[in-house]
Design a protein around this ligand. Structure first.
Ligand code: 5GP
Ligand code: MN
Length: 335
């Protein structure tokens, strides 16, 4: 997927550009912010005037990443971001492949730009908006794909401990600390290279995972208490109402990873969490599976979403209770 043609265009577009925007998806995770910041470090070292523009504010568990203080959020500073985008002669979209993943308002603004786009992403079914599309679902993370692009283009000469730290972070978070199925020998060889660039790997794990607040653990406890098993003992789901979130002073990122606990029960193949978001008027749903259950397809078919085979998300516009009833009905007919 990293064709010679793509690499040539990638290099030419960067070399000819002066002002470059680097955009992760809305509600960015470690891979989205990690890949965006890594590329930003590289571009800065090449002498480019680059900016990371996040569609909305990014979660606090990533605030320690080098360069993260320079990120500007579209939904917090729309006018400033529009001015930056108007000046850009190249736009990168990282860890997403459809402009609606930048959120409604930012999507509209991106669609009317005349600027060339470069997509670097590992999700299924990329849209066709980019002049150069690096898209490969065989990669476990956009960060690993970015690393290979940097090596192939020779731009790895600009790697340093900071950019390597950002890439390492995306690989760790998207691979579930190197345990998901797309973690290959190549993944580990990339990680070995990154450590040689000076990445402090034990500290990164502490920064990423030993940063819970007391309230966050209490919220996790509530979700575990509300866990239900269904679908011939193959499906575990839980939910958090807006009241649950309020009770434990929910902060962005607090529900990250809760869905995975369902899968840790022996025999469970599909785990789901429903999270009520009263302000947005939706129920946000996360799906995780192991084995052959394709949650990307499940989320697309039933819940306005998508993602990967074993990790996907979606949403419902019904009430929390109705959404769970709908889900039970689907499960009863499919499991
Ligand atoms: P999460 O459950 O952590 O929000 O998302 C899991 C995976 O599914 C991520 O790779 C994410 O990109 C994808 N995903 C989450 N929500 C949506 C959605 O609403 N639409 C699509 N197409 N993908 C989603
Ligand atoms: Mn990713």
């Amino acid at each position: 997927m990293i064709s010679e043609d793509n690499i040539q265009q990638f290099k030419t577009l960067i070399e000819n550009a002066e002002n470059i925007a680097v955009i992760p998806h809305r509600n960015p995770d470690g891979d989205a912010i990690g890949s965006a910041l890594a590329l930003w470090h590289i571009l800065r070292r090449m002498g480019k005037n680059a900016r990371v523009i996040s569609p909305n504010e990014f979660p606090s568990f990533l605030h320690w990443l080098p360069g993260s203080e320079e990120i500007i959020a579209f939904e917090s500073y729309p006018d400033d971001v529009k001015r930056i985008l108007d000046r850009c002669d190249l736009v990168f979209t990282l860890d997403f492949n459809a402009l609606h993943r930048a959120g409604d308002q930012m999507q509209l603004y991106l669609e009317q730009l005349q600027t060339k786009f470069i997509m670097i992403d590992h999700h299924q079914m990329p849209d066709d908006y980019a002049a150069v599309t690096f898209s490969d679902v065989n990669y476990g993370s956009t960060c690993e794909l970015l690393y290979d692009i940097l090596v192939t283009s020779g731009f790895n000469q600009y790697l340093d401990a900071d950019s390597a730290t950002c890439i390492y972070t995306g690989i760790v978070t998207d691979s579930g600390s190197f345990k998901f199925t797309k973690t290959t020998g190549h993944t580990h060889r990339v990680v070995a290279d990154l450590i040689d660039y000076g990445v402090d790997n034990p500290q990164i794990h502490i920064n990423l995972f030993n940063n819970n607040s007391y309230n966050q653990l209490q919220l996790l406890g509530r979700a575990l208490n509300q866990l239900k098993i269904t679908g011939n003992n193959k499906v575990a789901y839980t939910f958090l109402s807006q009241n649950d979130l309020n009770e434990f002073h929910y902060q962005k990122g607090d529900t990250e990873g809760i869905v995975n606990y369902g899968l840790s029960i022996e025999g469970i193949e599909l785990a789901v969490i429903f999270i009520e978001q009263k302000q947005e008027g939706i129920i946000k749903i996360s799906f995780r599976s192991q084995g052959d259950i394709d949650v990307n397809q499940f989320a697309r078919t039933h819940f306005n979403g998508g993602g990967h085979i074993n990790a996907a998300g979606g949403k419902s516009f019904h009430s929390l209770q109705q959404t769970i009833e709908d889900f039970e009905t689907i499960i009863n007919s499919e499991f």
